[in-house]
Design a protein around this ligand. Structure first.
Ligand code: DOR
Ligand code: ZN
Ligand code: ZN
Length: 356
């Protein structure tokens, strides 16, 4: 009742530190242009893109190439991680230095321990000892078959090596281990909202049992960061088992709605989707571009609740696992003081966003 006459709450714009914007040979799934537009509609002003593209971001040449694409096509501010693979670990420091003559690299990662772009724990340890940079890990042990045990085991092994940021933590046990360490953690909307009984589409780390999900929700306060792990695939690829969900546009709107309802505290949302992302990934002060100190806002009208519809979203894939869930999308977004979105209209051209 108190907020009855409020028609706009000014929030700091979101920082999504975990997106896969594809482009290159996977432009049919998503491009930096479509991904960043989707982010903008979701109240996100800055993303950290992941390096498991085709081709992958594992040296300075490909890093610069991707940044040149981003410069022309991004609607919002854009940053890019450097990938770690067995073949670049020896030169990782050198590559990082070359890139950082021109760009700020938020982190090395996400580092995979399983699958196509994976490295051994030994290589991860070598990288940890070579660089001071934040390293983000997709923590799933390559030899453990049980999904819960795989995450816990990988986190335990990594914590012995040193300090990391752990992506998309899906178990309360792993979250607690990280909470009691120097390392930092990230959780996703899909692991918090859905269990494997509800959604049959695949994602890595997998959706867990509802019991495990509830335990994760109860421990939400221990997570440092909320991030989407926006991982677009076509519906046909999903039917063939490709892992991942789009989410960059729906994260802030769903969680703002939950804050309005009192399911979460609005301060926790700001902390996990703006303050800690900026702090942990070093966006407050990195030379000439100080993104964290700019006037980046998303204005939400708390009365504008509406169900999420795939047809209203801007990712190329055209589907969402959140169809029908309630959300509040921002009615205005400001980036570096400039109004860039108002009542569903984008007021700037692609390329407006800064490449970090
Ligand atoms: O589900 C996932 N999808 N997990 C990952 O780690 C990679 C991501 C992707 O790139 O599609
Ligand atoms: Zn991952
Ligand atoms: Zn990812």
């Amino acid at each position: 009742k108190k907020g009855k006459n409020v028609n706009g709450i000014i929030m700091p714009a979101g920082i999504d530190v975990h997106v896969h914007f594809r482009d290159f040979k996977e432009s049919y799934k998503e491009t930096i242009e479509s991904g960043s537009l989707s982010a903008l509609y979701g109240g996100v002003c800055l993303v950290v893109d992941q390096p498991n593209t085709n081709p992958p971001i594992v040296d300075e040449d490909i890093y610069f190439k991707r940044m040149n694409i981003a410069r022309k096509s991004t609607y919002i501010d854009y940053s890019l991680n450097l990938g770690l693979v067995e073949s670049n670990v020896d030169k990782i420091d050198e590559i990082l230095k070359k890139i950082e003559e021109n760009h700020y690299v938020p982190a090395i990662g996400e580092v995979f321990l399983r699958g196509k772009m994976s490295v051994s724990y030994k290589t991860l340890e070598r990288a940890r000892k070579t660089v001071d940079k934040l390293i983000t890990v997709h923590a799933e042990d390559p030899n453990e078959e049980d999904d819960v045990a795989a995450e816990v085991k990988a986190v335990e092994r990594c914590l012995k090596i040193g300090k990391f940021h752990f992506c998309h933590i899906s178990t309360a046990k792993a979250l607690d281990l990280i909470y009691n360490s120097e390392s930092t953690s990230e959780v996703t909307p899909h692991h918090l909202l859905y269990s494997r009984e509800i959604i049959k589409f695949k994602v890595n780390p997998s959706l867990k049992s509802n019991e495990e999900r509830v335990a994760l929700v109860r421990n939400f306060h221990k997570a440092d960061i909320l991030a989407s792990d926006h991982a677009p695939h076509t519906l046909e690829e999903k039917r063939e088992g490709a892992p991942g969900f789009p989410g960059v546009e729906t994260t802030y709107p769903m969680f703002f709605y939950m804050a309005k309802k009192g399911y979460i505290r609005i301060n926790d949302l700001v902390e996990k989707f703006v303050v800690n992302p900026a702090k942990i990934f070093g966006f407050n002060n990195y030379g000439e571009i100080e993104v964290g100190n700019y006037a980046n806002f998303a204005v939400f009208d708390p009365h504008r609740e509406k169900p999420i519809r795939a047809r209203d979203l801007h990712s190329k894939v055209g589907w969402t696992i959140y169809e029908g869930l309630m959300a509040i999308f921002p009615k205005e977004v400001y980036i570096r003081g400039e109004k860039v979105l108002e009542d569903g209209d984008v007021l700037v051209d692609k390329g407006f966003g800064k490449v970090i």
